[in-house]
Design a protein around this ligand. Structure first.
Ligand code: GAR
Length: 197
């Protein structure tokens, strides 16, 4: 059974989808802990599924490196086989990426390498894109620049707002994330082939 730690910052709707998938006894992975850099609403999903949580508030640390050290320490307690960044809106310091990648993956609401960064949906709209997408990648030391594990296109509609477009992208992200986690757990997707160092 593949053990998974999920890191979030926000509502955690993709986390919830993964928790629901993993509640199926036939699913080959289990979420063992959910962590966040702030008091995230998504903790409620973890609590609903009886999954432990930990909080490492970014603002409590003087540097990103010190925050990363504590995050890494918390993750090591759980020894997850895989870490999923599911809406974690912080760049990880290189020490954390180097310690866990390629067993460290991220979901992103754009068709990478298009529109990386914190505002993938907004940036696609601002660029006048007629299609964007969703991606699941291995995290490296760049910004959403790691090897792509899965991605799919999503059309942009003429009257889309950032909210409506993001809400259409998220179900695609969820499906891709669940498929990728399942494939890793079954050994159909070998993360060592995507080493980033
Ligand atoms: C998701 O769309 C995720 O891909 C995105 O934040 C959203 C979190 O939604 N992450 C990024 O943009 C990271 N660059 P959720 O909290 O409802 O799962």
């Amino acid at each position: 059974m593949l053990t998974v730690a999920v890191l979030i910052s926000g509502t955690g709707s993709n986390l919830r989808a993964l928790l629901e998938a993993a509640a199926d006894p036939g699913f080959p992975a289990r979420v063992v802990v959910v962590g966040a850099d702030r008091q995230a609403d998504g903790f409620a999903h973890a609590e609903a599924f009886g999954i432990p949580t930990f909080l490492v508030p970014f603002r409590d640390f003087e540097t990103r490196e010190h925050w990363g050290e504590e995050l890494d320490r918390q993750l090591r307690v759980w020894k997850p086989d895989l870490i999923v960044l599911s809406g974690l809106m912080r760049l990880l310091p290189a020490s954390v990426v180097d310690a866990w990648s390629p067993r460290l993956i991220n979901t992103h609401p754009a068709y990478l390498p298009e529109f990386p960064g914190a505002h993938g949906v907004r940036d696609a709209l601002a660029a006048g894109a007629t299609r964007t997408g969703a991606s699941v990648i291995v995290v490296d030391n760049g910004v959403d620049s790691g090897p792509i594990l899965a991605q799919e296109r999503v059309e942009v509609l003429p009257d889309d707002t950032e909210h409506t477009l993001h809400e259409r992208i998220k179900p695609v992200e969820r499906r891709l994330l669940i498929d990728v986690v399942r494939a890793i757990a079954r050994g159909e997707l070998e993360l060592t082939a995507f080493s980033t160092s």
